[in-house]
Design a protein around this ligand. Structure first.
Ligand SMILES: [Zn+2]
Length: 348
């Protein structure tokens, strides 16, 4: 597992180079037909040992949410916009890294003793990034308009089970896909796609799926767990009513989201495979958000697609948490799917 290296790499959408380098190095010698397409997707094929089996696309996106420099003020403060979905309320006082030189900065906002209670709504347009420069020329020598900005966050292992880091959405999917390619062989052809610009609308996956033209597709994702305390509940009421899935509950299988309805026969096959192998799983029915499978299932003449997600807390924020058992169980489930999948799981 090379999750730490993947998590600490910076790959804000449209500038995934650092992640791509890690992926290419990790899969070298473990797959054939390794290609970087015009958009920057990395695709690779791991030939199967079986005959007349469906060709299975496994997808993980390399990009992460972040920001982009839009202008530099005469005061040396940087104005910026978001790349992907970010809750502005979490931003004030966060540390960031700006541009390819990873210039350290802090997101600034009105200090509490100046806000006077009238300015309590955090708006992206009111925020700036301070890299310690005193004027436009000074700052302009270090960063430029269009530079990507990423959260400054270190990977950590908290005890035996909890892993903490940046961009688990979707570096955890990349890590799983690398583990799959480094293992095997499998009875089916595995068509791997490490995609770009998922966070901006599933852009890379569409192109990758059209070219690979698989018989079935799976997006491997890090998804929001939202198993956080219910603020209106009593302290000892630990059942969050709005959890999407839970850390430690096993891989989350999407039933439907805003981009996709998983074909029932495909979902049933995945559930039966988990049960046969005594692997825990949970069903994700939250309608918010989409994944690369939203693009894959509409590529070419249609490709049956599903989503297998790792539950993550605090997603789209500088530090997400995930559970190591979930990782191991998700990997085992994907391996079992590759071993067992036949045409009846794929065809209507
Ligand atoms: Zn994602």
């Amino acid at each position: 597992m090379i999750l730490q290296e993947l998590s600490e790499a910076i790959g804000v959408s449209g500038n995934e180079d650092a992640v791509r380098e890690i992926v290419l190095k990790a899969i070298d010698g473990h797959a054939t037909d390794i290609t970087i397409d015009a958009m920057g997707n990395v695709t690779a094929i791991k030939k199967g040992t079986g005959k007349n089996r469906p060709r299975v696309m496994l997808d993980a996106h390399m990009d992460e949410i972040g920001f982009m420099v839009t202008s530099i003020g005469s005061d040396g403060l940087i104005k910026f916009t978001n790349i992907g979905g970010i809750d502005e309320r979490i931003l004030p006082a966060l540390r960031v890294k700006v541009g390819s030189d990873q210039v350290p900065g802090v997101i600034i906002w009105t200090p509490i003793h100046k806000s006077g209670g009238n300015n309590n709504t955090v708006k992206l347009s009111d925020l700036r990034i301070d890299i310690g420069g005193s004027n436009k020329d000074d700052v302009g020598g270090k960063v430029k308009v269009g530079d990507r900005i990423a959260f400054d966050s270190r990977y950590m292992e908290l005890g035996e089970k909890t892993l903490r880091g940046k961009a688990f959405d979707d570096r955890v999917g990349c890590s799983l896909l690398i583990d799959i390619l480094q293992g095997g062989p499998y009875p089916v052809d595995v068509l791997a796609a490490f995609t770009v610009q998922e966070e901006l609308g599933l852009r890379g996956a569409k192109v990758a799926a059209q070219r690979l033209n698989p018989d079935v597709g799976f997006a491997l994702e890090g998804t929001t767990a939202n198993d956080v305390p219910n603020p209106t509940a009593e302290l000892d009421d630990d059942i969050p009513p709005n959890a999407v899935c839970r850390l430690g509950g096993g891989p989350a299988l999407t039933v439907m989201d805003s981009s996709l309805i998983v074909p029932p026969h495909l979902l049933n096959f995945v559930r039966a495979t988990a049960e046969k192998n005594k692997l825990p799983y949970q069903l994700k029915t939250s309608l918010g958000g989409g994944t690369d499978s939203g693009a894959i299932h509409r590529a070419n003449a249609g490709i049956p697609s599903a989503v297998i997600s790792m539950p993550c807390r605090y997603i789209h924020a500088p530090t997400a948490y995930l559970n190591r058992d979930d990782y191991d169980n998700t990997l085992k489930l994907i391996q079992a799917i590759l071993k067992d999948i036949q045409w009846d799981a794929v065809r209507m």
